[in-house]
Design a protein around this ligand. Structure first.
Ligand SMILES: Nc1ncnc2c1ncn2[C@@H]1O[C@H](COP(=O)(O)OP(=O)(O)OP(=O)(O)O)[C@@H](O)[C@H]1O
Length: 341
């Protein structure tokens, strides 16, 4: 469904060159659900915009749904759905009319559009809201309408750029249920960017991780976790100095262990290691013998954030903490900047 080779995009703003995406080479099979992860500014949206023909690549090639993104862009567009960040602006059009308009935009016959609109209203939980102006929808309802709009022309492939950002946990869970149902019913290939690692872990069968414009991992979540991240032993100590002594002591006996201070509390040390369950009792004895008091100790299975930490030495969670749309997020402020590519 997607085959990209060396896809790259550079922007020049005020004579400064930004390599937003460098050498993106991926293959996505029909029916796959792929989560595309990365911190703010990693190049996820730019990749999506190239694959959806919205942005011409600086270098490289790609075919999407069987057609070349550069030379056959209208054929690509007619076969894909793209739901960008914050698609449905608040306006007075009614939900069902929006869907009908979208159908005519794609040149669909009116009767077929009406049938499709009603199917989508049903399957995306918008029944009862058909005549409601878009302005009057909740955040979760708007996102579901966005997805319905992206699906009117029955695309084989759906690109979703951070569909659940800004939604409360319940609406996020609900949105994902709809996405999964669509996929089950129609076999739609789904390519989704998200800041929520748990979502990628739980729902995607394949995870791609991007950092600084480059793809740094591409596998199933369990494979990435077992290959790149060990168990994480989180030890709560009395002081940052005790955390430093613990780091020294543990690294002497476990040279492969990796250490990370919790961002929220300098006294909490996360130790990434293998066979944490076997190591924990011995480690507690050693710390006790060294006179280091342990306040708390918890062992957990690795997460995708641990994978990112292992790959880059940074936490994806910390990088993403600002979230899109926040003052610290570079991309939205550039959205209207004129650029030369
Ligand atoms: N239109 C543009 N003009 C100039 N630079 C841009 C433009 N769009 C993106 N960039 C830059 O390209 C890099 C990648 O941005 P991109 O939006 O693709 O990242 P992202 O991973 O989608 O981030 P986010 O998670 O915040 O949406 C960033 O350094 C960004 O500032």
């Amino acid at each position: 469904m997607i085959s990209a080779r060396g896809l790259s995009k550079e922007f020049t703003v005020k004579k400064t060159l930004t390599a937003a995406v460098t050498d993106l080479t991926i293959d996505v099979e029909r029916g796959e659900l792929v989560a595309f992860l990365g911190p703010n500014g990693a190049g996820k949206s730019t990749s999506l915009r190239m694959l959806t023909t919205l942005l011409p690549p600086t270098r490289g090639t790609a075919t999407v749904a069987g057609f070349d993104i550069s030379t056959q862009s209208s054929r690509v567009r007619s076969r894909i759905g793209y739901i960008g960040q914050g698609n449905s602006a608040g306006h007075n059009h009614r939900v069902r009319d929006e869907l009908l308009n979208q159908g005519s935009f794609y040149g669909m016959p009116r009767a077929a559009t009406a049938k499709r609109a009603d199917e989508l209203i049903e399957s995306l939980g918008l029944v009862g809201l058909e005549k409601r102006p878009v302005l009057g929808l909740s955040g979760g309802q708007k996102r579901r309408l966005d997805i319905a709009l992206g699906l009117v022309h029955s695309p084989e492939l759906l690109f979703l750029d951070e569909p659940s950002t800004g939604l409360d946990p319940q609406s996020r869970a609900n949105l994902w249920q709809h996405i999964l149902t669509l996929r089950r019913q129609h076999g739609t290939t789904i390519f989704v960017t998200t800041h929520y690692l748990e979502e990628a872990d739980q729902f995607a069968e394949r995870v791609m991780v991007m950092d600084s414009g480059r793809m740094i991992a591409d596998d199933t979540a369990p494979a990435l976790k077992s290959r790149l991240a060990g168990d994480v032993l989180s030890v709560g100590l009395r002081s940052p100095a005790d955390a430093a002594r613990t780091t020294e002591l543990v690294s002497a006996s476990l040279p492969n262990a990796r250490f990370n201070r919790a961002a929220h509390d300098e006294r909490v040390l996360d130790i990434t290691l293998e066979r944490g369950d076997e190591v924990l009792p011995r480690l507690l004895r050693d710390l006790d013998a060294a006179g280091i008091a342990v306040r708390t100790a918890a062992l957990r299975q690795p997460t995708l954030d641990d994978v990112f930490l292992a790959l880059t030495g940074r936490s994806l969670r910390d990088d993403s903490a600002t979230g899109p749309g926040s003052p610290d997020s570079a991309t939205p402020s550039l959205e209207n900047t004129e650029v030369r590519s």
